[in-house]
Structure formats: structure tokens, C-alpha cells
Design a protein around this ligand. Structure first.
Ligand SMILES: C[S@@+](CC[C@H](N)C(=O)[O-])C[C@H]1O[C@@H](n2cnc3c(N)ncnc32)[C@H](O)[C@@H]1O
Length: 446
């Protein structure tokens, strides 16, 4: 949608849609699904405001606690918290705070189910404008207000990353840039970057094959995308295929690779870009609809994998009995490492999810390990920063499997923002999400 059209959508209408989406997220619906329900003409503006509101929801909830004697019903509360999240910090507010308040009250008046609460919302928000500095100060000691994450999440990070929990939370609250992986089988990074430059797209290098665009663009407008010369993928995620295939086989030798949790196929595509044509890749995912996306994504880069919809842990339903040289297990996880890109995740998860997902990851590891050839390898990864889904999982696995050896691995990558970010020691340089990588080698039988 053009800026002109966006500007013509009244702010109250956008705030109404943001509040509805926020109420959905609080009911457990993902931000992506909540935004799908928003008319396409409103969606870009609503998404930007929703993401900002989610990044400041902890502060907003603490302020609402001071302004309202009890928590309002879900929709008025979502509208009140949206207005507070967007207006509490005038230096970073997307609109002038008075405008936001006026338009939030207008949204209440124009929404049938909110009309009865319009006066209440007006009273809360006017008081907020009058007493903002004092109210904000009164919430400064509240951990959730300070870091905009649930308290359990903050405590968990303090426990798992005692020296870096603040860096992680700070990075989580930044918006992530648009990062691309160059298909080096078809072009070089320097060539693609030069082509982008000629089209007025400035970028910076990240990792071995990545380019970070200075400004996000519609993917279809990015030179090389339609031809499969590049794909959107975070720099930390780009390490998966590189690590799994590094020194795996002499050049030209065909290998058999399983991508066990493959959809939507970002890492499958990368594996295929790095492998020769005679290698075989099997891409598995439990979700048949997401499997269709693997096929579509591979079509764009002009490569093929055998795509199977199945539960990777129930090997008798899909495995043909031939061992694999390499298995990528990009396991389902809390996604606690990618909250820069998905600011809803922190509010959707419950602490109990960590143990539930860790049990699923443990079982996937157990079931897939026998399918690795002696001398072959399995790369276990999650886009999580919680050690229960990373380091602890890998340690326990190696302790219980005498034929498994941990090869040099990246371990826990902590998210960091900014293309020149190199401040965190023992982390990848550049801008990237949080991830965990453990490369396990299967020792030959004695
Ligand atoms: C982190 S995502 C994978 C992302 C993908 N590797 C990529 O780079 O595009 C995890 C995937 O695991 C799938 N999944 C969850 N449980 C599974 C299981 N038991 N067997 C196979 N796939 C599973 C989910 O449907 C989801 O698509």
C-alpha cells in the first residue's frame, strides 16, 4: 500500500484494529494469525503499531495497574494498554501522546462494544497525560515494566545467562532488520550487493553469506529474489547449513541429508544451495500445510527435495531404512531467540512450555540418532536462548550416548541488534537472532 493510502486511514481505526489484535494475542492467538484478520488496507500500519505496543506492553500494564482499580474487560483493556504502550515515552511515540489519547478515545466511541467504556478510558488516559512523569517513575522498579517481558522469562534469563541477561533483553526489544542469504551457488555476495547498490538498496555484510538491508523492502522488489539469488533469513539461522555440511564430504561426493523439522524450508533451501546435484535431501515436517510451503520455497531457488509430511519421531512411518550422512534437527521450541522479529512470542508463552518442548526435543533427538551413519553427524538447533532447550539438552544427550561426540559448535548465540554489533564476547559478530547449535558426531562402531 502506498504511503498516501496509509496516511488516509484514520488513526482511531488503526488503534481499534491494534486493540482487537492485542486482545487476540492475549487469548493465545499468534500475532501473525491475529493480523491476518485485519483488512489488507490497514495491515501494514496496524502491524507496525501492534509490534510497538507488544514491545512496551509490560510498561503499559504496570501503568494501567495504577490508573484502574481493577482490570477492565479484555477489549477495553487492550485499547487502554495499546494507548499507554504507544504514548508512555514521548521520545519514541509514533504520534504525539495527546493525538494518541484523543484517537484511542475516538476508537472506543466508534466501537459498539466499547462505547460504554469510552468515558472510563478517557478519564484514565487524561490522568495519564496529566501525571505521566510521576506515574512512569512509579513503575520504574517493576521488572516487567522495565524490560517488557513476563517476570518468569526475566528470571529464567537471569538464571541461564547471569552475565548477559540484560544484553539479551535489550536486543529483544529492538526491531530486527531485514537480513538476506545470498545463494552463492548462483552468484557472489559482492555481485549481488553491487546490483542492489545500482538499484539504490544499501546493505552491509553479515556472517559468511548474509546481507543486511539498511531499509526493509517488499521482497518482490528486491533484485535477485524472484530468480532465487537470495532469500530472507536471519544471520544466526544461516549458520545451520554451513555447520552441518562443513568438511562433511570431499567436494563432489554425494551425501544423503535429512532435514527433520523443515517447514517452511529456509534451511532446506540453504542445504540444497550448498550441496551438489547428486546429493539427496529429504525434508520432513509434521504439518502438511507447512510442507506445501517447503515445496514453493524450493521452486523459487530451482532445487528439489523429497518432501514428506510425517512425525519425525515416529520413524517407522516414513523412514526407508537407509542411514543418513547428516541430519538437521531444527527442533520445535519456545522461539525465545527470535522475539525481536516476533514480539508477541514473549506474551504467548507460558513457563511450563519450556519443559514440554524440551521433552519433545529430547525424544526427537533419541529417535533420530539411530538414523545417522557411523562417522556421520546430527546438528541439533533451536531458536531459543533458554538452556533447557540448548546446552542442557545437548549435554544430557552426550552423557547418555557413548557413541556421540560434540564437535566444535556455536553453542548459545545471544541475539544482538545493529549491523556493527560486535560488543558481546564469544558471540557471532553483526546483527542476528538468538539460537543454539550443537553438532554431534556419531563415532564409528568399535
Ligand atoms: C523451527 S521450525 C523449522 C524451521 C525450518 N527448519 C526453517 O528453517 O525454515 C520447527 C518445525 O518443526 C515442525 N515439527 C514439530 N514437531 C515435529 C515433529 N515431531 N516431526 C516433524 N516436524 C515437526 C513444525 O511444524 C515446524 O515447522
Amino acid at each position: 500500500m502506498s504511503d498516501h493510502k496509509l496516511a488516509s486511514v484514520p488513526l482511531w481505526q488503526q488503534l481499534q484494529a491494534v486493540a482487537q489484535a492485542l486482545a487476540q494475542v492475549r487469548r493465545g492467538v499468534s500475532g501473525t494469525a491475529a493480523l491476518e484478520a485485519v483488512p489488507s488496507t490497514l495491515r501494514p500500519g496496524v502491524q507496525a503499531l501492534l509490534f510497538q505496543a507488544l514491545r512496551h506492553l509490560g510498561r503499559a500494564q504496570a501503568l494501567r495497574g495504577l490508573l484502574a482499580s481493577r482490570t477492565p474487560a479484555p477489549l477495553p483493556d487492550a485499547l487502554l494498554c495499546t494507548a499507554l504502550a504507544l504514548a508512555w515515552d514521548p521520545d519514541n511515540a509514533p504520534y504525539e501522546p495527546h493525538t494518541l489519547v484523543n484517537q484511542a478515545v475516538e476508537a472506543a466511541k466508534k466501537t459498539r462494544s466499547l462505547q460504554m467504556q469510552a468515558n472510563f478510558l478517557n478519564a484514565c488516559l487524561r490522568r495519564f497525560l496529566r501525571e505521566r512523569d510521576a506515574l512512569v517513575k512509579a513503575t520504574d522498579q517493576d521488572l516487567q515494566a522495565q524490560w517488557n517481558h513476563p517476570a518468569w522469562w526475566i528470571h529464567r534469563l537471569q538464571q541461564d545467562h547471569p552475565e548477559h541477561w540484560q544484553d539479551i533483553l535489550r536486543a529483544n526489544n529492538q526491531a530486527a532488520p531485514m537480513t538476506w542469504r545470498v545463494n552463492t551457488a548462483r552468484t557472489s555476495r559482492a555481485n549481488l550487493q553491487a546490483d542492489w547498490d545500482r538499484h539504490g538498496l544499501s546493505s552491509a555484510c553479515v556472517g559468511e553469506q548474509g546481507l543486511v538491508l539498511t531499509q526493509a523492502h517488499n521482497v518482490r522488489d528486491v533484485p535477485g529474489f524472484a530468480e532465487g539469488l537470495c532469500s530472507v533469513q536471519d544471520a544466526a539461522a544461516q549458520c545451520a547449513a554451513q555447520l552441518l555440511l562443513k568438511d562433511l564430504a570431499p567436494a563432489g561426493q554425494a551425501v544423503r541429508v535429512l532435514d527433520a523439522c523443515a517447514a517452511p524450508g529456509g534451511k532446506t533451501a540453504h542445504l540444497l544451495e550448498l550441496l551438489n546435484d547428486s546429493s539427496e535431501v529429504i525434508a520432513l515436517d509434521i504439518d502438511p500445510q507447512r510442507c506445501e510451503r517447503i515445496t514453493q520455497n524450493l521452486q523459487r531457488i530451482g532445487r528439489r527435495a523429497k518432501v514428506i509430511a510425517a512425525d519425525a519421531a515416529i520413524t517407522q512411518t516414513w523412514w526407508d531404512g537407509q542411514l543418513f550422512d547428516a541430519i538437521l534437527l531444527d527442533a520445535p521450541c519456545t522461539a525465545s531467540g527470535i522475539v525481536r522479529r516476533h514480539p508477541d512470542v514473549r506474551w504467548l508463552r507460558r513457563e511450563a512450555d519450556i519443559a514440554k518442548l524440551a521433552a519433545i526435543q529430547k525424544n526427537l533427538l533419541k529417535q533420530l540418532w539411530p538414523l545417522v551413519k557411523p562417522g556421520g553427524r546430527l546438528l541439533y538447533c533451536t531458536c531459543s536462548v533458554f538452556t533447557a532447550e540448548g546446552e542442557n539438552q545437548a549435554k544430557t544427550f552426550v552423557e547418555h550416548n557413548t557413541n556421540a561426540r560434540l564437535l566444535p559448535s556455536l553453542g548459545h548465540l545471544r541475539p544482538q541488534s545493529g549491523t556493527t554489533a560486535t560488543a558481546l564476547v564469544d558471540n557471532l559478530s553483526g546483527d542476528h537472532d538468538g539460537f543454539y547449535y550443537a553438532l554431534l558426531e556419531k563415532l564409528p562402531a568399535l
